[in-house]
Structure formats: C-alpha cells, structure tokens
Design a protein around this ligand. Structure first.
Ligand code: CDP
Length: 131
C-alpha cells in the first residue's frame, strides 16, 4: 500500500517563516511544526495545503514550490512540504495549534520543532526570502 501523504506549508510573509505549536494529540502537543494535514482522496497536494491552512489558521495562502523530498511520519504516513505565500488574513490557531510564531531570519532554532519536520524546516529556511 502506498503511504498516505500529509502536506505542510513553509508559509512566508515579509521575510518571516510561520511556525505553529501543536495542542494535540498529547504525544505531539507543545512541539512546533509547519502547519498542514492529510491530503484527502481526489485532492492534489496544493489543494490540500490551501484547504488545511484555511481550516487551521483562517488564512488564504498560495503554494509556490514543492520542496524536493519526502519525510517519514508515523507508520503509513509521509510528509511533503510546499513553500507558500500568505495572500490574505492573519493566521490564528483555530484548530490543532495553541500558538503561532513568525520566525525572522536566524530565528528558526528558537522553537522546538517536531523531529520529522527538521529536514524540511532546514530547506524552508534556505529558501526564506531575505533569510
Ligand atoms: O489535520 P489532519 O487531521 O488532516 O492532519 P494532522 O493531524 O494535522 O496531521 C497528520 C499527521 O501528520 C499528524 O500525526 C501530525 O503530527 C503529522 N504532521 C507532522 O508530523 N508534521 C507536520 N508539519 C504536519 C503534520
């Protein structure tokens, strides 16, 4: 069986990268991630990312490029990451998160990222506008 894809966004706005702190499930709570979620049947990765960012953060975002690579999550799930640009709205932790932070250049090490997000975060930082 092929793995279920989870998409996450490296969302940039004015040279900063968005980080989100998970509030659930208990084993992930308190750790920071690039926000996103599972791709539903019939959706493209980009469509899923736009939907998840709308549902979880209340913003409209535009996917820019897929960061090459695929990272294992829990068994049966893999992470794909897209860079994205904030188009409208102010992100708010509506679902799954209890805090959001915009990280400026040099600040990506200031939050406790989920281990599985670290390789993608490194790539996201390399692509950070003005970073
Ligand atoms: O919102 P939805 O239920 O579709 O998905 P989710 O619960 O946000 O994410 C599905 C799984 O992927 C969870 O186990 C998350 O912890 C994991 N995930 C991750 O490891 N890193 C991310 N950047 C996003 C999700």
């Amino acid at each position: 069986m092929t793995d279920r894809v989870v998409v996450a966004g490296a969302v940039y706005d004015r040279g900063r990268l968005l980080a989100a702190r998970r509030s659930s499930p208990p084993e992930l709570a308190g750790r920071w991630e690039l926000p996103g979620g599972k791709v539903e049947p019939g959706e493209s990765g980009e469509q899923a990312l736009v939907r998840e960012l709308r549902e979880e953060l209340g913003v409209e975002a535009e996917p820019l490029e897929r960061i090459p690579g695929e990272w294992p999550l829990k068994p049966g799930y893999v992470l794909h990451v897209w860079t994205a640009r904030l188009v409208s709205g102010v992100p708010a932790p509506l679902q799954d998160h209890d805090e959001l932070r915009w990280l400026g250049p040099g600040e990506s090490g200031t939050v406790d990222w989920l281990e599985q997000d670290l390789p993608a975060v490194a790539e996201a930082v390399r692509r950070q506008p003005g970073g």
